[in-house]
Design a protein around this ligand. Structure first.
Ligand SMILES: [Zn+2]
Length: 213
Protein backbone atom coordinates (compact mmCIF):
# COMPACT_ATOMS: atom_id res chain seq x y z
CA UNK A 1 0.00 0.00 0.00
CA UNK A 2 1.13 3.52 -0.68
CA UNK A 3 2.05 5.62 2.35
CA UNK A 4 0.81 9.15 2.94
CA UNK A 5 4.36 10.39 2.31
CA UNK A 6 4.45 8.72 -1.09
CA UNK A 7 1.02 10.14 -1.95
CA UNK A 8 2.14 13.60 -0.91
CA UNK A 9 5.35 13.36 -2.93
CA UNK A 10 3.39 12.46 -6.06
CA UNK A 11 0.71 15.10 -5.56
CA UNK A 12 3.37 17.75 -4.87
CA UNK A 13 4.21 17.82 -8.58
CA UNK A 14 0.91 19.72 -8.88
CA UNK A 15 0.63 21.72 -5.62
CA UNK A 16 -2.92 22.70 -6.49
CA UNK A 17 -3.92 19.09 -5.87
CA UNK A 18 -2.50 19.19 -2.35
CA UNK A 19 -4.45 22.37 -1.68
CA UNK A 20 -7.71 21.23 -3.25
CA UNK A 21 -8.15 17.62 -2.30
CA UNK A 22 -9.48 16.62 1.12
CA UNK A 23 -9.23 13.26 2.83
CA UNK A 24 -12.93 12.79 2.12
CA UNK A 25 -12.22 13.39 -1.58
CA UNK A 26 -9.47 10.77 -1.51
CA UNK A 27 -11.77 8.26 0.15
CA UNK A 28 -14.49 8.96 -2.39
CA UNK A 29 -12.29 8.62 -5.45
CA UNK A 30 -10.63 5.44 -4.19
CA UNK A 31 -14.04 3.92 -3.44
CA UNK A 32 -15.32 4.84 -6.89
CA UNK A 33 -12.21 3.65 -8.67
CA UNK A 34 -12.30 0.29 -6.87
CA UNK A 35 -15.85 -0.21 -8.11
CA UNK A 36 -14.95 0.56 -11.72
CA UNK A 37 -11.69 -1.36 -11.77
CA UNK A 38 -13.01 -3.73 -14.42
CA UNK A 39 -14.00 -0.76 -16.60
CA UNK A 40 -10.44 0.51 -16.30
CA UNK A 41 -9.08 -2.93 -17.14
CA UNK A 42 -11.39 -3.29 -20.14
CA UNK A 43 -9.67 -0.34 -21.82
CA UNK A 44 -6.14 -1.79 -21.46
CA UNK A 45 -4.23 -3.64 -24.19
CA UNK A 46 -4.87 -7.41 -24.24
CA UNK A 47 -1.43 -8.17 -22.82
CA UNK A 48 -1.86 -5.93 -19.79
CA UNK A 49 -0.90 -7.67 -16.57
CA UNK A 50 -4.09 -7.67 -14.49
CA UNK A 51 -2.26 -7.50 -11.16
CA UNK A 52 -0.56 -4.24 -12.14
CA UNK A 53 -2.51 -0.98 -12.28
CA UNK A 54 -2.29 0.77 -15.65
CA UNK A 55 0.02 3.82 -15.68
CA UNK A 56 -2.83 6.07 -16.78
CA UNK A 57 -6.61 6.02 -16.84
CA UNK A 58 -8.70 5.58 -19.99
CA UNK A 59 -9.74 9.08 -21.12
CA UNK A 60 -13.46 8.56 -20.48
CA UNK A 61 -12.81 7.35 -16.94
CA UNK A 62 -10.31 10.13 -16.27
CA UNK A 63 -12.96 12.62 -17.39
CA UNK A 64 -15.59 10.99 -15.21
CA UNK A 65 -13.42 10.97 -12.10
CA UNK A 66 -12.14 14.50 -12.76
CA UNK A 67 -15.74 15.69 -12.96
CA UNK A 68 -16.59 13.97 -9.69
CA UNK A 69 -13.52 15.51 -8.04
CA UNK A 70 -14.17 18.88 -9.65
CA UNK A 71 -10.61 19.15 -10.99
CA UNK A 72 -9.15 19.63 -14.46
CA UNK A 73 -8.89 16.37 -16.37
CA UNK A 74 -5.16 16.86 -17.00
CA UNK A 75 -4.58 16.55 -13.23
CA UNK A 76 -6.33 13.23 -13.06
CA UNK A 77 -3.35 11.14 -14.12
CA UNK A 78 -1.23 12.58 -11.32
CA UNK A 79 -3.98 11.76 -8.88
CA UNK A 80 -4.26 8.30 -10.42
CA UNK A 81 -0.53 7.77 -9.95
CA UNK A 82 -0.99 8.51 -6.26
CA UNK A 83 -3.90 6.13 -5.70
CA UNK A 84 -3.47 3.43 -8.37
CA UNK A 85 -1.73 0.79 -6.28
CA UNK A 86 -4.17 1.29 -3.40
CA UNK A 87 -7.13 0.97 -5.76
CA UNK A 88 -5.71 -2.18 -7.31
CA UNK A 89 -4.91 -3.81 -4.00
CA UNK A 90 -8.26 -2.88 -2.48
CA UNK A 91 -10.13 -4.28 -5.45
CA UNK A 92 -8.23 -7.56 -5.14
CA UNK A 93 -8.42 -7.90 -1.40
CA UNK A 94 -11.75 -6.50 -0.36
CA UNK A 95 -14.12 -8.91 -2.06
CA UNK A 96 -17.47 -9.70 -0.48
CA UNK A 97 -16.15 -12.50 1.74
CA UNK A 98 -13.20 -10.44 2.93
CA UNK A 99 -15.46 -7.50 3.68
CA UNK A 100 -17.81 -9.68 5.70
CA UNK A 101 -14.86 -11.18 7.55
CA UNK A 102 -13.49 -7.74 8.34
CA UNK A 103 -16.77 -6.56 9.77
CA UNK A 104 -17.20 -9.70 11.81
CA UNK A 105 -13.66 -9.55 13.16
CA UNK A 106 -13.62 -5.89 14.01
CA UNK A 107 -17.12 -4.93 15.02
CA UNK A 108 -20.29 -6.53 16.36
CA UNK A 109 -22.27 -5.08 13.48
CA UNK A 110 -21.95 -4.90 9.70
CA UNK A 111 -21.30 -2.34 7.01
CA UNK A 112 -24.80 -3.08 5.76
CA UNK A 113 -26.66 -2.82 9.06
CA UNK A 114 -30.24 -1.80 8.34
CA UNK A 115 -31.32 1.20 10.38
CA UNK A 116 -34.59 3.12 10.51
CA UNK A 117 -34.37 6.03 8.09
CA UNK A 118 -35.34 8.42 10.89
CA UNK A 119 -33.19 9.57 13.78
CA UNK A 120 -35.86 11.55 15.63
CA UNK A 121 -39.40 10.78 16.79
CA UNK A 122 -41.96 11.75 14.14
CA UNK A 123 -45.04 11.26 16.28
CA UNK A 124 -46.56 14.79 16.29
CA UNK A 125 -48.25 14.09 19.63
CA UNK A 126 -44.95 13.25 21.33
CA UNK A 127 -43.02 15.73 23.48
CA UNK A 128 -39.86 14.53 21.71
CA UNK A 129 -41.31 15.27 18.28
CA UNK A 130 -38.31 15.98 16.01
CA UNK A 131 -36.16 16.75 19.07
CA UNK A 132 -34.10 14.04 20.72
CA UNK A 133 -32.58 11.11 18.91
CA UNK A 134 -34.55 7.90 19.34
CA UNK A 135 -32.54 5.25 21.16
CA UNK A 136 -31.76 1.66 20.42
CA UNK A 137 -34.06 -0.77 22.18
CA UNK A 138 -32.67 -4.27 22.40
CA UNK A 139 -29.62 -4.63 20.25
CA UNK A 140 -29.33 -5.80 16.69
CA UNK A 141 -31.18 -8.66 15.05
CA UNK A 142 -29.44 -11.06 12.70
CA UNK A 143 -31.06 -10.75 9.27
CA UNK A 144 -30.31 -11.74 5.70
CA UNK A 145 -30.25 -9.03 3.06
CA UNK A 146 -30.75 -10.27 -0.50
CA UNK A 147 -28.90 -8.18 -3.06
CA UNK A 148 -27.96 -8.40 -6.74
CA UNK A 149 -24.63 -9.90 -5.73
CA UNK A 150 -26.12 -12.49 -3.41
CA UNK A 151 -27.34 -12.80 0.17
CA UNK A 152 -25.50 -10.83 2.84
CA UNK A 153 -25.51 -11.65 6.54
CA UNK A 154 -26.18 -8.45 8.40
CA UNK A 155 -28.23 -6.88 11.18
CA UNK A 156 -31.41 -4.84 11.52
CA UNK A 157 -31.71 -2.20 14.20
CA UNK A 158 -34.86 -0.78 15.71
CA UNK A 159 -35.09 2.33 17.82
CA UNK A 160 -37.65 3.35 20.40
CA UNK A 161 -38.66 6.81 21.49
CA UNK A 162 -38.39 6.92 25.29
CA UNK A 163 -41.26 9.41 25.54
CA UNK A 164 -44.10 7.94 23.44
CA UNK A 165 -42.72 4.39 23.04
CA UNK A 166 -43.02 4.51 19.26
CA UNK A 167 -40.61 1.94 17.82
CA UNK A 168 -38.90 2.65 14.52
CA UNK A 169 -37.94 -0.29 12.28
CA UNK A 170 -36.16 -0.09 8.92
CA UNK A 171 -39.46 -0.02 6.97
CA UNK A 172 -42.11 1.21 9.44
CA UNK A 173 -42.87 2.47 12.91
CA UNK A 174 -45.20 0.93 15.49
CA UNK A 175 -47.15 3.01 17.98
CA UNK A 176 -49.66 1.42 20.38
CA UNK A 177 -49.94 -1.62 18.14
CA UNK A 178 -50.46 0.32 14.91
CA UNK A 179 -47.90 -0.18 12.17
CA UNK A 180 -47.25 2.85 9.96
CA UNK A 181 -45.03 2.48 6.88
CA UNK A 182 -42.72 5.36 6.03
CA UNK A 183 -43.93 7.51 3.16
CA UNK A 184 -40.56 8.11 1.53
CA UNK A 185 -38.86 5.60 -0.80
CA UNK A 186 -37.12 2.69 0.94
CA UNK A 187 -33.77 1.18 -0.05
CA UNK A 188 -34.62 -2.25 1.36
CA UNK A 189 -37.93 -4.08 1.72
CA UNK A 190 -38.64 -6.40 4.64
CA UNK A 191 -40.02 -9.62 3.16
CA UNK A 192 -40.10 -11.74 6.34
CA UNK A 193 -39.18 -11.40 9.99
CA UNK A 194 -35.45 -11.80 9.36
CA UNK A 195 -35.24 -11.29 5.61
CA UNK A 196 -34.83 -8.08 3.65
CA UNK A 197 -34.53 -7.52 -0.11
CA UNK A 198 -32.61 -4.64 -1.69
CA UNK A 199 -34.93 -2.38 -3.69
CA UNK A 200 -33.16 -2.90 -7.06
CA UNK A 201 -33.69 -6.66 -6.67
CA UNK A 202 -37.37 -6.10 -5.85
CA UNK A 203 -37.66 -3.95 -8.97
CA UNK A 204 -36.13 -6.78 -11.02
CA UNK A 205 -38.71 -9.23 -9.65
CA UNK A 206 -41.53 -6.81 -10.47
CA UNK A 207 -40.22 -6.38 -14.01
CA UNK A 208 -39.90 -10.12 -14.52
CA UNK A 209 -43.40 -10.76 -13.17
CA UNK A 210 -44.82 -8.17 -15.54
CA UNK A 211 -42.87 -9.25 -18.62
CA UNK A 212 -42.54 -13.03 -18.22
CA UNK A 213 -45.82 -14.26 -19.65
ZN1 LIG B 1 -41.91 9.96 20.61
Amino acid sequence: MTTLRQVLDILSSHPILVDLITLADMHRIITLAVKIKNDILAAQPPDHETLVPPPSLPPHIALFLAKIMNIDAHLMNTLWEAIASTVWQKAQQLDMAAEQEAWQAGRPDSGDTLWPPLQQCTNPNCRNFLKQLVRERDGLRHVTLFTFTGPVRTFAAHLTCTACRTTYYPNYSVHQGTRLYYSHPLSVIQAAEHHYIAKPLVDLFIGMMLMSW
